[in-house]
Design a protein around this ligand. Structure first.
Ligand code: CP
Length: 314
C-alpha cells in the first residue's frame, strides 16, 4: 500500500484490499478472545503504543471521527484531536500545507477530513508521515468504502459477483465515488444507478466503470431496480455542498413498503447520517445493516492505521 491513503487508488490491487480485510478479521477475533477471557490480552492491544495520531476534522463527523479515535485507543495509541475547524489556526489564514508541516512534528500519522476536494491530496503532498483521508469534499471517502465492502464480505462471504444499487445523490456523495473505485478491484460487479434527476454520477466515474468492465444500468426509480439485487446503497442529498432545495429525499425513500418488493437477501446499506431517504420503519428488518456498517468502521480503521504505520503484524 502507498504511504498515504488519499484515495482508493492508493490501494494497489485486490490483494491489498483483502489483506486489510483479513487484518480487520484478525483484530476482531483477538478482541472476541479478550472479551471471553479476562486474562487474555489482544495481540493488537499495544500495537500503537507511543504512537500519536492527529485527528483533524475541518468538517462535522460522528462516525468517522469517533471510529478512528476508538481505533487508535484500542491499539494503545494516543489521539491528538481537532474536532472543529474554528479551533485551529486555519481561521487565522494558515494554509493546509503549513498546518500539516507543523503537525508532522507532533504526530506519527494524520487523519483528515476537509470540505475541499483536493485538500487531503495537498496535505499528503507535503507530509512525511502517513495521511489518511477521512472524507474530502465531494471526491473521496476511502475508509468508508473499505468498511462498506468489509461488511458485504462479512455477510455475503465474498464481493465478486455483487450486484449493488446506488441511490440518491451520486453527484456530490463522495462515498459512492470511493465505493465504485473499490468495487472495480473485484470481478463481475453489476451497478444499478438510481440517482435523483440532476444528481447523477459524474462522467469520470461512469467512464471509469466502463474502462474496468463493470456493468452499469441506469434506473429512473426504485421500482426499476431488480428485486434480487444483493444490496441497496442509499445516500442522502449532500445539501451542505450545493443549493439543494429543489430536491426531495422523500422521492426515493426506502421504507418498509418499498423494501417489501426486494428479496430476503437484499441488504440495505447507507453510510449515514440519514435524512428522509431511509425510513426508520425498516430499522428492525434484518436486511437493514447500516449500523453494523458504521460499527465495522472501528476494526477496518484499526487495520488501515496498523498497515500505514507498519504494525500490521503486531
Ligand atoms: N459516514 C460518515 O462519514 O459519517 P460521519 O460524517 O458521521 O463521519
Amino acid at each position: 500500500m502507498n504511504k498515504h491513503l488519499v484515495s482508493i487508488k492508493d490501494i494497489k490491487d485486490r490483494e491489498e484490499a483483502e489483506k486489510l480485510f483479513r487484518l480487520a478479521d484478525d483484530i476482531r477475533a483477538e478482541e472476541r478472545k479478550e472479551a471471553l477471557n479476562p486474562r487474555y490480552t489482544s495481540g493488537y492491544a499495544n500495537a500503537l503504543k507511543r504512537k500519536q495520531v492527529a485527528s483533524l476534522f475541518f468538517e462535522p463527523s460522528t462516525r468517522t471521527r469517533f471510529s478512528f479515535e476508538s481505533a487508535v485507543n484500542k491499539l494503545g495509541g494516543d489521539i491528538l484531536t481537532m474536532s472543529n475547524a474554528s479551533s485551529s489556526s486555519t481561521v487565522k489564514g494558515e494554509s493546509i500545507e503549513d498546518t500539516i508541516r507543523t503537525i508532522m512534528g507532533y504526530a506519527d500519522a494524520i487523519v483528515m477530513r476537509h470540505s475541499e476536494d483536493d485538500s487531503v491530496e495537498r496535505a499528503a503532498r507535503v507530509s512525511d508521515i502517513p495521511v489518511i483521508n477521512a472524507g474530502s469534499g465531494t471526491k473521496q471517502h476511502p475508509t468508508q468504502a473499505l468498511l462498506d465492502l468489509y461488511t458485504v464480505r462479512q455477510l455475503k462471504g465474498q464481493i465478486d459477483g455483487l450486484s449493488i444499487a446506488l441511490l440518491g445523490d451520486l453527484k456530490y456523495g463522495r462515498t459512492t465515488h470511493s465505493l465504485v473505485e473499490l468495487l472495480s478491484l473485484y470481478e463481475k460487479i453489476k451497478v444499478f444507478g438510481c440517482p435523483l434527476k440532476g444528481l447523477e454520477m459524474p462522467q469520470q466515474y461512469m467512464d471509469f466503470m466502463g474502462e474496468r468492465g463493470m456493468e452499469y444500468t441506469h434506473c429512473n426509480s426504485i421500482e426499476e431496480i431488480p428485486s434480487i439485487v444483493h444490496a441497496l446503497y442509499s445516500t442522502r442529498i449532500q445539501r451542505e455542498r450545493f443549493e439543494g432545495k429543489d430536491f426531495k429525499d422523500s422521492d426515493y425513500c426506502i421504507d418498509a413498503k418499498k423494501l417489501s418488493r426486494f428479496s430476503d437477501n437484499t441488504l440495505v446499506m447507507h453510510p449515514l447520517p440519514r435524512n428522509g431517504e431511509l425510513g426508520t420503519d425498516i430499522d428492525n428488518d434484518p436486511r437493514a445493516i447500516y449500523f453494523k456498517q458504521a460499527h465495522n468502521g472501528v476494526p477496518v480503521r484499526q487495520a488501515v492505521l496498523l498497515t500505514l504505520l507498519d504494525r500490521g503484524n503486531a
